[in-house]
Write a protein that binds this ligand. Structure first.
Ligand code: T1G
Length: 694
């Protein structure tokens, strides 16, 4: 065994030269890995004892891409292009042995080999678009030459991987290797030699491009098909242009065009924000005062209290992760309704082809319904998802504390209530935590985890690991009104309401925020969530909101009643402005003695977003969030903030904190101390720093 570099070794195993990459955690293509592979190819080429070559990786996965931590640093030869060219030029057949996830530069490296084999659970893909870039090492030129243009367009603009069996079907891999992957790959390599098979250079293959050459309209049709999903994103369009170059230009020129389009994106703000967010999401899973080796509680079964919209959605996450669930309701009717909705949701997923009937049956086989709270006495974790009322929650936690076994975690899905207070009614406050799911709970990826003053490190570590297990992205926050996500949302809602009192209309505010990149504006969102929810909370707190109250008093609760801030004709989900609401707004302005005025889009955007940034700074000062980037993770995954803008705090850094402070001060002059910049924000701005320095 010869160590070519610290991360790559070469060894002749019989008549096969084996190049092994071993660079934890994901064998990313750092300089040492690139140099090592190139050196390994040169060694195998010169080694007269071998007649073929296998490229295999140690650890959990085949190469998972370029080393994102190297982005922005001066390039160091050999480039990935040079490595891939060396593999293609090798005089002996080179076989890539793929396991885990061959992604981005990893798949591009494998496409530079003459053949590819894979383990049955392997996945391959080009996810660069999710980082705001495009496959920059020939992926846009080689993939269409293997799978054809339509599939290459879909794979590269979505960034979604495909499994080994699909890869075999479309010719991305030549064989699925059951058992020992390296031995299987060596046997495959020997067979290539024995059968005298050619050294297949994908860059020389053009047959699969014919369909697109004969049907150039394919690209325009594809652009139309993804327009809504990729609005405002820059990367998908450059991906399409690069694939067009593969069809129109000779391979070398196509590579050059790919490089130009790659660099355009790499130097742009969107890619910077998406790369920032890639690490932000992973950072959020780490809690500074909870050591990595904190012992975890073994979660084998879960109890869910409440089979309503949230309880049912929460249950589905556990069932899909293979965790048995006992779901509890107060009446058989409510229980039956709740379970029927779970079944209906699964059936809809199956009908869309996103889940097999077997998988659905397996999930439902793990679900038990009961009206007897005692039935959850042996579960490892309970998640309460009942009516948002402190007395109700305290009563339930008192009972859970008495019924559940020692060591069971007692979690609440509350979105605003003080979890310290809830924990205080139990004898096990260290086992009490907030697990705030976002509706629809089986769809939204964010899990806002709320630690109390007493939540133990083991419970926090367990719940962070559990989040990943049930397919969620966790962020740990502290207790305050609305925690992090909703506390910031309330600031935006206050301004949205103020703006329509002063002269804007709901459709103006919603349009500006939709064009900014949010999935919908605050008024459309209120109609989706149900205006009655916040109406009840306001009534509980004795608060008034003239326009919202007037709308609710007319029974206009939103989509579910066919009318709210907008009309929803014949069950449509498309909001239509309604003169009735405009009259309510005009009256409210008049009653408030406000002279309505024209309000610019720029003012609407700043007045909705800058209070969010200011609140984020206060949340950081109070220690409710650990990092500014955690706030960004919460807003991207919990509220659909556009990932290419990184999150509200990243967006503030992009605008410049000094500019944010300047605008806040102008509004403070005009509208009062509501707009006073947070001290942390003022300090960072005065020091020329960003939230990432906080
Ligand atoms: N570069 C550097 N570090 C990476 C990395 C990468 N490509 N991928 C993962 N990591 C780190 C990650 O930060 C974390 O570190 C640890 O590995 C485990 O990751 C030329 C230019 C592979 C599916 O976009 O999708 O190739 O927090 O927590 O959930 O055209 O990581 O432990 O310190 O995510 O099991 C294209 C990105 C790059 C793949 C594993 N490739 N990675 O998921 O673990 S651009 C990607 C992933 C490119 C070429 C272009 C996932 C994973 P730490 P993890 P996981």
């Amino acid at each position: 065994m010869t160590a070519i570099t610290e991360f790559v070794s070469y060894e002749a195993e019989g008549d096969v030269g084996v190049i092994t990459v071993d660079s934890p955690p994901v064998n990313a293509l750092s300089f040492g890995v690139r140099a090592g592979i190139k050196g390994g190819i040169e060694a195998a080429d010169a080694d007269s004892s071998v007649s073929s070559v296998v490229l295999v990786c140690a650890g959990r996965t085949f190469i998972a891409g370029a080393d994102i931590t190297e982005f922005g640093k001066p390039p160091k030869a050999p480039s990935l292009h040079e490595v891939i060219a060396a593999m293609e030029a090798c005089s002996k057949p080179v076989v890539a042995a793929i396991h885990g996830t061959a992604l981005g530069g990893g798949l591009e490296t494998a496409l530079g080999c003459h053949y590819r084999v894979a383990s049955p659970t392997a996945k391959v893909g080009l996810p660069e678009v999710k980082l705001g870039i495009l496959p920059g090492a020939g992926g846009t030129q080689r993939l269409p030459r293997v799978v054809g243009v339509p599939m290459a367009l879909e794979m590269i603009t979505s960034g979604n991987p495909i499994g080994a069996s699909k890869a075999l079907e479309v010719g991305l891999v030549s064989e699925i290797i059951d058992g020992d992957l390296k031995e299987g790959a060596k046997a495959f390599a020997r067979k290539v030699v024995a059968d005298g098979l050619p050294l297949v250079k994908i860059s020389d293959q053009n047959d699969k491009l014919k369909e697109a050459r004969e049907n150039p309209g394919m690209f325009a049709d594809f652009r139309k098909s993804i327009a809504r999903k990729t609005r405002n994103f820059e990367a998908p369009e450059n991906c399409i242009k690069a694939i067009e170059a593969a069809v129109e230009l000779p391979f070398p020129d196509g590579l050059k065009r790919e490089r130009e389009l790659f660099m355009e994106l790499m130097q742009g703000e969107q890619s910077f924000s998406q790369r920032y967010f890639f690490f932000a999401e992973r950072q959020a899973a780490k809690i500074p005062d909870v050591p990595k080796d904190t012992p975890l509680i073994d979660i084998k079964t879960a109890g869910i209290i409440g089979a309503g919209t949230m309880g049912g959605g929460i249950a589905m996450n556990f069932l899909q992760a293979g965790i048995p669930v006992i779901i509890v309701e107060t009446t058989q009717e409510a229980l039956d309704n709740g379970i029927a909705i779970i079944k209906k949701n699964y059936a809809a997923t199956v009908s869309k082809g996103r889940m097999s009937q077997d998988a659905m049956d397996k999930c439902l086989s793990l679900l038990t319904g009961t009206t007897n709270l005692e039935d959850i006495k042996d579960v490892d974790i309970v998640i309460e998802a009942v009516f948002e009322n402190m007395d109700v929650k305290k009563e339930i936690f008192t009972k859970l504390d008495a019924i559940c076994k020692d060591g069971a975690i007692l979690a609440t899905n509350t979105s605003t209530l003080d979890i310290n207070e809830i924990g205080a009614v139990t004898k096990r406050p260290e086992y009490v935590i907030g697990l705030h799911f976002f509706s629809p709970a089986n769809v939204m990826k964010l899990l806002e985890e709320v630690r109390t003053d007493k939540t133990s490190k083991s419970v926090m570590a367990t719940c962070m690991a559990l989040a990943k297990r049930i397919g969620k992205v966790p962020a740990m926050v502290g207790v305050c009104d609305g925690f992090v996500g909703n506390r910031i949302l309330h600031r935006r809602a206050e301004q949205a309401t103020q703006l329509i009192l002063e002269g804007a209309l709901p459709q103006d505010v919603d349009r500006v925020l939709y064009d900014f990149g949010l999935p919908m504006g605050p008024f459309a969102m209120a109609d989706l969530a149900g205006n009655d929810v916040s109406w009840r909370i306001r009534q509980g707190k004795g608060q008034k909101s003239p326009i919202a109250d007037a709308i609710c008093e007319l029974g206009r609760f939103g989509q579910k009643t066919g009318a709210g801030y907008y009309l929803y004709k014949d069950g449509s989900r498309t909001p239509t402005p309604d003169p009735v609401v405009e009259d309510i707004i005009l009256k409210a302005s008049k009653d408030a003695g406000i002279e309505r005025r024209e309000i610019s889009d720029e003012e609407i955007l700043k007045r909705c977003i800058y209070p969010m940034i200011n609140e984020g700074a206060k949340i950081l000062e109070e220690g409710i969030a650990t990092r500014a980037s955690d706030i960004d993770v919460i807003w991207v995954y919990g509220y659909g903030w556009p990932i290419y803008r990184g999150g509200p705090m990243r967006y503030a850094d992009y605008i410049g904190l000094d500019n944010v402070v300047k605008t806040l001060r102008e509004y403070q002059e005009q509208y009062g101390d509501y707009w006073k910049p947070a001290p942390l924000l003022e300090r960072l701005a005065s020091e020329g720093k960003t939230f990432q320095d906080a």
